[in-house]
Write a protein that binds this ligand. Structure first.
Ligand code: HEM
Length: 382
């Protein structure tokens, strides 16, 4: 466990290399499927997907409810893409010459999704609490105890306020003409018998997926691009390639699991029903048999001419992320806005990840220098 804590991803790679079997034991008792083919089988085979997805825990009673909720939130976010694009250009410009990352990632995303997460007519105090929660780092499990304690301190109060607001909205009945915000979408997709607390927890789960996952993915993309390109000239890669390569090199979600549906033999070993078989997108993204020099950050591998290996930053198969496409667009829009008419450099950061619940970048400063107007126009004309 000590070796795992020191560097979880390296630990994983060493175990995968040394393991004589296709499946090896993780320090917390689950099993990790090392072999790429077998791992993809776990994520795609209908046998592992006859029940409900563990993403929602046991908060929703059926798979149909889970699908409906994912789609409702995804569709709402998709409809807001043009508004997001407009807002993020302005928000990136307002970042100032030096900003502190990775926390600036979720803050930036929150700033441009605040009204779709909770519409402006909602109680101002609740909107303030949400903003404070983002600033305190509640959108991802923080790596240090101190940061975690600071963020978690806000959770009970925030949850109580959301529960009260959910109660009010549910009592008021559904709005005509579709959801006004993510909370409406969650309430609309939840069966009536669910408690207000469960609805509030589902909202928080989706809130974190939107603000945290997207915000930290932006942080990784900017950091890796700056670390791999000399300061001065604009990045030679389209934002699209950068976003894909950052999610391959440092996937924010490093492990997904599926419970064995019944006693089964897998990779030559017997497993009891309910044993968690885990798949690591990180391991698959670094499989030297499937990717050319996977340890290197090379955005040009996405230029359409190179062989691609297994790519699953949003997982794959029947339980794949419902928001994958829209999340990818939002990350790309944000990175594009940050790089627009500006030179970006970083200080204080490196590519080593901090692994807690997910894969987070270490603290770094982003220096954003605006190009001279003539230079910016010349770039536009290209
Ligand atoms: C960078 C952004 C994101 C990443 C990396 C990400 C990643 C993931 C992963 C790895 C899963 C687990 C799938 C599995 O168990 O196999 C998942 C599930 C899910 N994600 Fe995302 N996600 C992101 C953003 C979003 C957004 C913006 C939404 C909003 C709609 C969203 C909604 C969901 C839902 C509803 C599920 C459960 C899917 C199901 O079981 O049907 N995610 N996500």
């Amino acid at each position: 466990m000590r070796r795992f804590r020191r560097d979880p991803l390296e630990y994983l790679e060493v175990c995968a290399r040394r393991s004589p079997a296709e499946v090896f034991r993780l320090p917390w008792g689950a099993w990790c499927v090392r072999d790429t083919e077998q791992a993809l089988t776990v994520l795609r085979d209908p046998a592992f997907h006859s029940g409900i997805s563990t993403f929602f825990g046991d908060m929703l009673p059926s798979r149909a409810n889970q699908i409906a909720l994912g789609r409702a939130v995804r569709n709402l976010l998709r409809s807001q893409l043009p508004a997001y694009r407009r807002c993020v250009t302005e928000a990136a410009a307002g970042l100032g010459p030096v900003s502190r990352w990775p926390e600036a990632g979720p803050l930036l995303v929150y700033r441009c999704t605040a009204d779709v997460l909770l519409h402006p007519g909602a109680p101002p105090a609740l909107r303030r609490q949400l903003a404070q929660a983002v600033a305190a780092g509640l959108t991802a499990r923080q790596p240090s105890m101190r940061q975690r304690a600071r963020a978690e301190l806000l959770r009970p109060g925030l949850l109580a306020a959301i529960i009260e607001h959910v109660r009010g909205r549910r009592a008021g009945g559904s709005e005509q003409g579709g959801p006004q915000d993510v909370l409406d979408a969650v309430i609309g997709a939840c069966p009536e018998e669910l408690t207000d607390r469960t609805v509030a927890n589902l909202y928080v789960l989706l809130f974190q997926s939107i603000v945290g996952n997207i915000g930290y993915a932006v942080a990784w993309t900017v950091l890796l691009a700056c670390l791999h390109h000399p300061p001065g000239p604009p990045w030679p890669w389209p934002a699209e390639w950068l976003v894909r390569e950052a999610a391959r090199h440092r996937p924010f979600v490093w492990m997904v699991g599926r419970p064995a549906p019944h006693p089964l033999e897998f990779g030559g070993l017997p497993f009891a029903a309910g044993t968690i078989l885990s798949v690591s997108p990180y391991l698959l993204h670094h499989d030297t048999h499937r990717w050319d020099r996977p340890e290197m950050f090379r955005p040009e591998r996405w230029n359409g001419t190179e062989r691609q290996g297994p790519y699953l930053p949003f997982s794959t198969g029947p339980f794949t992320c419902a928001g994958a496409a829209v999340a990818h667009s939002l990350i790309t829009e944000t990175v594009t806005a940050l790089a627009q008419d500006a030179r970006l450099t970083v200080s204080g950061g490196d590519a080593r990840p901090l692994v807690s619940g997910s894969v987070l970048p270490r603290p770094f400063a982003l220096h954003r220098t605006l190009k001279a107007p003539s230079e910016a126009r010349a770039h536009e004309g290209r």
